[in-house]
Ligand binder design. Sequence first.
Ligand SMILES: [Ca+2]
Length: 337
Amino acid sequence: MRPHRLLLVSVYTCLSYSSSLLIATALSFSFNFSSSDDLCDTELRCEHDARMVSGAIELTKNELKANFFSVGRASYARPVPLWNNATGEVASFSSNFTFRIRPKNETDENLRLCSLSHVTRDGAGDGMAFFLAHFPSRLPPNSVGENLALFNDSNRFNAAGDDRTVAVEFDAYPNSWDHSDNHVGIDVNSIDSRAYTNVTKRLVSDDAVMTAEISYDNRTGVLIARLRIDGDKPYMVNASVDMKANLPHEVAIGFAASTGICSELHQVMSWLFSSTLDDATVATSSTSPRRRLVRVLSAFRSSGFSCVALRHRCHPSPSATHMGEIRRFQRRKTRAG
Ligand SMILES: [Ca+2]
């Protein structure tokens, strides 16, 4: 089955008092890799060891004895607008994906050395991430192991220019800057996470299919990551991120993963992304003096997303649960301040 790419699924027409007519079209796409043709070099940009196999995208190598020091990225092949450099408007976006980090057990000298290091409970490393970065994606040289295919040794604490990266990491290996060998973190131009939450259930498992839900609200500036593993309680981490200050106005979005002397597999089975901002956002003149909002039914509803129109702009509401979390986060910030 061809990928079900929903592009321009939501059209909002907002007529304002000011005689300007804003037509905002939202960008949205979804992939089910378990039933897709090979999308590398068409819908996706697959770098280094990343490739499509039956049922998934594998970000690092699967072959026995070849999985050590493996690195790969798979990203959407087109640029994704993150903020409008003419108006300053920042996108609100949401992304859901299912994935698995599987142990790669074998009797190999490297695995023996990994086990001897006693740093991971099951000889697994290093992890994977959902990222936003310079378009087109460029896998950094020497980004294996602890750098998660996001950074390298020279920029991993202060990435600048085209190296800038915002990511949600699923980290299975404890480095000196990590707080555990099993956590979800939000990285802002640094592999040292701005915020993190430890996960009780092991990220590395042959059985568990994990679901991640990531959203960014342009009104609050808060990036939220939620992780579900089987029937375990949902894990949530959030952080304030100024997208305009930390990323270019067009970005690559996708997945990155790496291994080092300890190894594991990184598989993505499905991916959905939606954003309020698209290149097709245009402004034209209108003679209507009256303010009215016309909402066009959106395919977002069928995939768990909804939109509301507020004044002149259209904002996404990724889910009621997410909006509740955003409001609670704002209240905590207000009390703390
Ligand atoms: Ca780590």
